[in-house]
Design a binder for this molecule. Sequence first.
Ligand SMILES: *[C@@H]1O[C@H](CO)[C@@H](O)[C@H](O)[C@H]1NC(C)=O
Ligand SMILES: *[C@@H]1O[C@H](CO)[C@@H](O)[C@H](O)[C@H]1NC(C)=O
Ligand SMILES: *[C@@H]1O[C@H](CO)[C@@H](O)[C@H](O)[C@H]1NC(C)=O
Ligand SMILES: *[C@@H]1O[C@H](CO)[C@@H](O)[C@H](O)[C@H]1NC(C)=O
Ligand SMILES: *[C@@H]1O[C@H](CO)[C@@H](O)[C@H](O)[C@H]1NC(C)=O
Length: 943
Amino acid sequence: MICLRAFFILLILSASANICSGLTDQNEVSALKAIYGAVGDVFNRLSNWAGDDPCGSGWTGVICETINGVDHVTELRLLNMNLTGSIAPDVGNLTELVILDFMWNNITGSIPPEIGNLSKLYLLLLNGNKLTGQLPPELGNLSQLNRFQIDQNNISGPIPSTFQFLNNANHFHMNNNSLNGSIPPELGRLENLIHLLLDNNDLSGQLPPELSNISTLLIMQLDNNHFNGSIPSNYSQLKNLTKLSLRNCNLTGIIPDVSGMSNLAYLDLSSNQLTGQLPASISQTITTLDLAYNQLDGDIPDALYKLRGLELLLLRNNLLDGTFNGSIMEHDSFVNASSVLILDIQNNNITGYESGALLNLPNVTLKLFGNPVCNDSSPGGNVCTEYNGSILNLSLPNTATSPSLQCSSELTCDPSRNFELVYGLSLLYGQCHCAYPLNIGYRLKSPGFAIFPPYEDGFIVYLSSGLNLSVYQVNVSSYNWEPGPRLNMNINLFPKNTTNEFTEAEVDNLFNTFSTWSIPDNDTFGPYEVLFLNRDFPYNGTLSSGTTSSLSGGAIAGIIISVIIFTAVLVAVIMVLIAKRQQRYTRARRHYERIKVAGVKDFTYEEMAKATNNFDKSTEVGQGGYGKVYRGTLADGTVVAIKRAQEGSLQGTREFCNEIELLSRVHHRNLVSLIGFCDDEDEQMLVYEYMENGTVRDHLNSNSKQPLNFATRIQIALGSARGIHYLHTEANPPIYHRDIKASNILLDSYRRAKVADFGLSRLAPVAELEGDTGGDVSTVVKGTPGYLDPEYFYTHKLSDKSDVYSFGVVLLELITGMQAITKGKNLVREVNLAYEAGMLLSIVDHRMGPYPAECLRPLISMAISCCQDDTNSRPSMSEVVRELEAIWSLIPDKNTMVSLETSISTDSGVNYSKDLVYNNLLVSSDVSGRALMTNSIPEVSPR
Ligand SMILES: *[C@@H]1O[C@H](CO)[C@@H](O)[C@H](O)[C@H]1NC(C)=O
Ligand SMILES: *[C@@H]1O[C@H](CO)[C@@H](O)[C@H](O)[C@H]1NC(C)=O
Ligand SMILES: *[C@@H]1O[C@H](CO)[C@@H](O)[C@H](O)[C@H]1NC(C)=O
Ligand SMILES: *[C@@H]1O[C@H](CO)[C@@H](O)[C@H](O)[C@H]1NC(C)=O
Ligand SMILES: *[C@@H]1O[C@H](CO)[C@@H](O)[C@H](O)[C@H]1NC(C)=O
């Protein structure tokens, strides 16, 4: 569908740009020539600005639109062209101009007031030049203006009060200039302003209380000015603020109430002369709180110890007293290997210190140097050593942005072609191919965080979706913090895995997306800017290519190709429609031969409907790739789980019958057993034993009321490993599960683990992978992103080791409590990062309570070895079972276990050997699943 739309757009674009062209408006031609005359073009970047038809002959950076048969200049994109000189006032004659972009040149002189005539102007982008002079009040006439960027120039004088009329403006970026005078109170009338960046100027006077009327405001950044007086108390009304930064502003008075700012993530009021106490209540969304270098006193309020997402707390050089109470600290995010917590409370009057469990974590740093508590009895550790550098350099996890995962060694890229290896990250973990990256300088102007690693994956997800790319196509190759603080990144974009390089059109498209700010705003990442886009090799087009309106040979070919593609798409759509019809037709003609499978009950549709109260919504307990799952009660009172195939999952009676025969032969105490089926009235259903205690995933989630303890987790791992081992070695034919995940491992009323959904991968069209995997891959590879064996993904060769990989991910879930993929973070990657950083303990799910240390290490190593990229380095399922048994035997006190252990020991008078447990004949001779359940064989066989 998206493709289709793209083709339509392509068609329309090429049509409007190429077919309906006239000549360029002559006033605009003169204006462009005047502009050309005023700039210095030392590098001849504008060498094709010749002739009298800029639109027709495609002048660099000039983009036109045909209005009433005449071509008008709508965009002037001259960013990054090493231009000098000034902006000619004649720019005001380009009356149809929507985008005026001179970013990152060396333009001098002042902003011509004539720009105020451009009534359609939407983006005014003059940042990164050497502009001087004052802001012309005429700019207040730009009623359509959305974005005003003049940052990083030398503009002086006041902010004109006429700017209050820039009613449609979302973005005011005027930082890093020499603006002076006070902020006009009239700016409070800007009812659409989102980002107000005025930092690093010479602004003075009082902060106008009127700014509190801008209810849309998300970021207010005014650092490094010298205001008088205090922060207006009514700024507490700015409820949607995510970032408030007033560092080094000569502010006095107290901190206003910020408790109502429910999305506040970043609060920096440091280096002022603020007095009074610390805020007693702050939103849990806060990650960065910098109140250092003020005169704040009193003790640290309890609420500050309980900011569960906090990353940076800087309180140094104040007058705080009382006791630092580490014992009441609470925090959420240490399940994430790259998260840190840094607390700098140096140079205060703290007199007491209480330690706490959180403070012992390796990624938590506390600095108390310069407090009385360090004079008397040192709290020990490094707490009392002085730290004077940038606190951010402290104990940051070693997360070089290069991925920890390498491509398989056979894959080397041809160096003569300047290829680079593309590492597939995150969702499609492990994907590699050779390609030319497109290199981009990208800067976050006002990010809502101070520590990047925990946000990196989220950033990649954000950027790739904004650019309509897959996650693996985006890579942050390096980054550094600049004053502001701003985050400067070097980003490589990679073409799709089927190609080596982007096409010219794709590059144009990406470039357009960047420079029109079409990537949606994001509260966390804030405003961005593109510093450069390196198209030199092999992307050797000009930096900003304009659409031409001549009917060149290429354009004609383009139109023809568009038409052909359009036709092809139409044909394809029609064919799909026809195919769907035929499918429906064959379904209607399905005839009902009855299936007979020994030991498995054949239910009628009526029985199923009765069991589920007519498939009432209240009986729904789940939804899988195959269809919905219901909790049903059969006529004899047995509770069962009924999986009802949805449209699209139905199959021929013969195949369905084969599946059931296969499933009916599979019996193991750690596999959910099939009780019956229903193939009636055009419906197919499978009836399984009901698993009272839901999925393992549910128990691992942070909102689970009864977290699983360590022993139970090992027992679940061992049980499910045995179930899978049985499928691999005892089932005939062997079954590869293909979709092992924590939500496919269920717990019965004794919390005994049973693997579900085996064989279903053959029954059901498992959800296709996310992201554009290109071509036939997604139609063949089945599984769940995050659990998918990378080798299988590439080669499509399924083996027992693919299940081992997925099982390894389940083990990691049991250890960390994290999900296989959260917010773009891949669990395997996170654990590997933590492993490399030597911070394994930081990722262990502390909700599982105490555990024997000697059990944890072998468990983690085994999980990691299961998740090796290389199939041969992974253990087999029988090795996994053996290892888990060994770990189990190391647990000294199994009394901490839940009911299951006791329930087993009661009927374990007989010493079943492991062989017996796995003996297919013994178990499957008792064909009824229910009988099997009651026939308890000890879970842990004596060794
Ligand atoms: C732009 O318009 C002004 C006023 O209409 C005119 O004086 C000036 O000559 C024009 N500039 C060019 C280059 O035509
Ligand atoms: C041209 O501009 C680029 C940035 O756009 C800069 O890196 C380069 O140094 C400039 N070249 C010269 C000679 O000024
Ligand atoms: C601007 O000029 C300076 C030298 O004054 C040079 O170093 C810099 O690269 C130039 N920037 C651009 C974008 O051309
Ligand atoms: C504030 O944020 C909320 C939720 O994010 C949104 O619904 C509301 O419209 C915002 N208010 C304003 C004035 O933008
Ligand atoms: C700082 O603020 C005080 C009072 O609020 C004022 O007297 C002083 O002039 C300000 N300093 C500067 C450098 O603006």
